[in-house]
Every structure is written in structure tokens, then in C-alpha cells.
Design a protein around this ligand. Structure first.
Ligand code: ADE
Ligand code: ZN
Length: 332
């Protein structure tokens, strides 16, 4: 029997796509308001409908087409934080794409960001959740689009916007095509993370580390196929943002017990736990913890330790980190 994990256990979630966290009912509501017919992206039971990862990316973008104004993103932020509160999340970081918020134009992006930041302040007041933003270039939109995305990030770096990263189809382009954007963000003092090793194998993780030099890797789980790389991750203290339910739902691994997260931990890689795009993968962070406790006999102490690592790896200031660590360690 696995230990019952208290759903209210305070949690840190570092890997959450903002549009990917949109409840389907929220997106359906926006589509109705704007007279957009996106009915084909929903199943009969009201969830998101797609066949595989690549179709998922298309459906994601169709859902995102309903988000057209800063006010829409403000409302989305409140909905996303309400869901995080239900999961016991006390600190979250979310991926935001200037491509979806003003098309890479800095002044338009500022307005979207302002609306999201205002909602984040409400979330802090009403739910006690601290939210930070990570600007994310979309790999399959191409290297050219990553440059304005990086410039948007640099121009709006601050208390809320603290990081830069890349997501999207890992099989498109090569990390070296994105060095300009990552160098630009690094020089401005932004913290860096890159999706790799979700679909592209261990080599994709190596290339991301070599060319983009991020301190965290989104997913990174396929590193398990190259134990020298696993040792490098552990030695260099590169943090993995692991999203087991996403990997299982999309078929990267057939089940939770077959997922490499436990092996990675055993080899002393720093792992953190997130949901990625929870309504798309029909998951919540509470469900992830339950499935992991069952698959690997992880206890509440394991989850507390993982959350403390996540707080230490957070892209935030030292005072925020200390405050979150106190909550996680039961000192606040
Ligand atoms: N964008 C949204 N979810 C993603 C994922 N799981 N991998 C890559 N890009 C994404
Ligand atoms: Zn992701």
C-alpha cells in the first residue's frame, strides 16, 4: 500500500504552459463570445481532442486563437491560479509566448504582460500563490521568431518576468539556431530553461546543454538512455522539470511505473514535478503525486524534498525563495 499524500501539501510547479493550462470550458466560453467555431478541438465530454503530440500542438494553437486581448489573458490567469490553488500550489512559474501576445511587438507585449501581472497580484492576495513568468520562444515557429521573443523578454525583465526558454516541436531546427536568443536573454540576466529530451532523445538534451546552456531542462527524461549524460546532469546540478503525466498521456512512456523519474532521482539528478498542460493531459498536480506515490512508493517526505529542490531552482529572488522554502518545510 502506498502512503496517502495530503492533497494540501504545499507545492511548487515550475513547468506550466499558460495557454496549455486553460480549462476547456474557459476556451469554449471565449470562442462563443467571439463567434469562433473551434468545436472540432473538443471531445463529446468537453475535453480537448487530439491524436498525438503533433496534433496536440495544432489543437493548442487553435485553442490559443480565442485569446485575443490583454483582458482575455487576465481572465485566463485568474482561472489558472484558481486551479493551482486547488492543487495546493504556493509558487508557480508559467511559460508565456509573445508570439501569442501581440505577435512579438514589444509595446503590444507590454500590455498583455501588464494584464497578466495584475491578475497575478490578485492571485497572490486571494490564493496566496506567487506566480512568475518565463518568456518562451516556440521552436517550430523558427529561429527568426525567437529573436523578437527574446527582445520582448529582455525589455520587460523584472520582478514578475524572470526567465527565458524554448518549447514546441523538439524535432524542428537545432538548438544552435537559437543561441542568439538565449545569449541575448542570458546577457540581460534572465534565467534559462529549454525543452529537450521529451521527444528528441538524449542527444537533444546534450545539444540543448551545449548550445543554450540552460540551468533547467524542460522534461529531459530521455537522458535516461545515456548514463554518462545522466551523470553530467547530476554533477552539474542541472534541474529537470519533469511532467510524468504528460509523458504518459502522450505516449513517451507507457505507464507511470515505466517512467524514468525514479531512476533519475536514484542517480542523484535534481528532479521537480509539474503538469505541463494539465487539462490537455487530464491531470492535476494532486493526481500526479498520487500516481507517483503508487508507482514508486514515494512518501510525503519524498515530495517535500522534491518541492524544496524546486523552490531552490525557482527563477525568483532570494527573499521569495526563502519564504517558499519556509512554507514547504512547515516553518511558516
Ligand atoms: N508546448 C506546450 N506543451 C508542450 C510540450 N509538452 N512540449 C513542447 N512544447 C509544448
Ligand atoms: Zn512543456
Amino acid at each position: 500500500m502506498s502512503e496517502k499524500i495530503d492533497p494540501a501539501l504545499p507545492k511548487v510547479e515550475l513547468h506550466l504552459h499558460f495557454e496549455g493550462a486553460a480549462p476547456p470550458a474557459f476556451i469554449r466560453g471565449l470562442a462563443k463570445e467571439k463567434n469562433l467555431d473551434i468545436s472540432k478541438i473538443f471531445t463529446e465530454d468537453g475535453g480537448y481532442a487530439y491524436r498525438d503530440f503533433w496534433h496536440f500542438l495544432e489543437v493548442y494553437e487553435a485553442a490559443t486563437s480565442t485569446l485575443q486581448t490583454p483582458e482575455d489573458f487576465h481572465r485566463l490567469c485568474l482561472a489558472v491560479l484558481e486551479d493551482r490553488a486547488r492543487d495546493g500550489v504556493v509558487y508557480a512559474e508559467t511559460f508565456l509566448s509573445p508570439d501569442f501576445c501581440g505577435g512579438g511587438d514589444v509595446s503590444a507585449w507590454r500590455e498583455y504582460l501588464h494584464a497578466i501581472e495584475e491578475a497575478a497580484a490578485i492571485g497572490q492576495r486571494d490564493f496566496g500563490i506567487t506566480l512568475k513568468g518565463i518568456v518562451t520562444a516556440i521552436r517550430h515557429f523558427g529561429p527568426e521568431k525567437s529573436r523578437p521573443a527574446a527582445i520582448c523578454a529582455v525589455e520587460t525583465k523584472g520582478d514578475f518576468l524572470t526567465g527565458f526558454g524554448i518549447a514546441g516541436d523538439e524535432k524542428m531546427h537545432h538548438p544552435k539556431d537559437f543561441t542568439w536568443a538565449f545569449d541575448c536573454a542570458r546577457e540581460a540576466g534572465l534565467r534559462l530553461t529549454a525543452h529537450a529530451g521529451e521527444w528528441g532523445g538524449a542527444k537533444s538534451v546534450r545539444d540543448a546543454l551545449d548550445y543554450l546552456k540552460p540551468e533547467r531542462i524542460g522534461h529531459g527524461v530521455q537522458a535516461i538512455d545515456d548514463l554518462a549524460l545522466v551523470d553530467r546532469l547530476a554533477e552539474d546540478r542541472v534541474v529537470l522539470e519533469v511532467c510524468p503525466g504528460s509523458n504518459v498521456f502522450l505516449g513517451v512512456y507507457p505507464s507511470f511505473p515505466a517512467h524514468p523519474v525514479d531512476k533519475l532521482r536514484e542517480r542523484e539528478v535534481i528532479v521537480t514535478l509539474s503538469t505541463d498542460d494539465p487539462p490537455f493531459f487530464r491531470t492535476t498536480l494532486v493526481q500526479e503525486y498520487e500516481a507517483l506515490a503508487k508507482a514508486f512508493s514515494w512518501t510525503e517526505a519524498d515530495f517535500r524534498a522534491i518541492n524544496a529542490d524546486a523552490a531552490r531552482a525557482a527563477f525568483c529572488d532570494a527573499a521569495t525563495k526563502d519564504r517558499i522554502l519556509q512554507i514547504i518545510e512547515g516553518r511558516a
